[in-house]
Design a protein around this ligand. Structure first.
Ligand code: ADP
Length: 165
């Protein structure tokens, strides 16, 4: 049985992340969608909220589990019995970072392989930061994130939601 960890900041989870997670779940018996607790980024959502949004996004897919972690990703993968780390690859801009991280991870833990899934064409432009920028400007997010994530973004930016008076 192959266990794969799909790590990321997921601040917040987008349709592009969900697409990669679902496709990974077709390949591997178990996928652990792992929310990194301490990314070197300014976060909008605390870990608890990012986890909650991820959980709701993949609820109903029995072989996707959700967790958070704060150690080195390869150490976490090893601890969970995973032999694969899944990453999503959008454009050439992702390549250099993923390439470097994959090699570092391989040196740190040769038993864990990094598998990159190419972003689906319709999500290849999508990132959490773009979604936050669009949300801040109050535009429609329905093509980019599930409704519960859109609600959380509106709430975070103090915006009224449709149907509210
Ligand atoms: P990180 O901070 O680790 O890059 P992210 O949450 O931004 O975390 O992304 C997690 C993973 O998902 C990364 O491998 C990233 O390249 C990938 N990813 C992000 N957006 C998309 C998308 N739209 N389609 C496919 N993969 C994506």
């Amino acid at each position: 049985m192959t266990i794969a960890v799909y790590p990321g900041s997921f601040d917040p989870i987008t349709n592009g992340h969900i697409d990669v997670a679902v496709r990974a779940a077709h390949i591997f018996e178990t996928v652990i969608l792992a929310v990194y607790d301490r990314p070197l980024k300014n976060l909008l959502f605390p870990t608890k909220k990012r986890l909650e949004l991820v959980r709701e996004a993949v609820a109903g897919i029995p072989n996707i589990k959700v967790d958070s972690y704060s150690e080195l990703t390869v150490n976490y993968a090893h601890k969970m019995g995973a032999t694969v780390i899944v990453r999503g690859m959008r454009a050439a801009t992702d390549f250099e970072r993923e390439f470097q991280m994959a090699h570092i991870n391989h040196l740190l833990c040769p038993h864990v392989e990094v598998v990159c899934l190419m972003a689906s064409q319709r999500y290849s432009f999508l990132s959490s930061s773009a979604v936050k920028e669009i949300a801040q400007l109050g535009a429609d997010l329905s093509n980019f994130v599930p409704p519960h994530v859109e609600r959380a973004l509106r709430e975070a930016y103090g915006q009224r939601q449709e149907g509210q008076t």
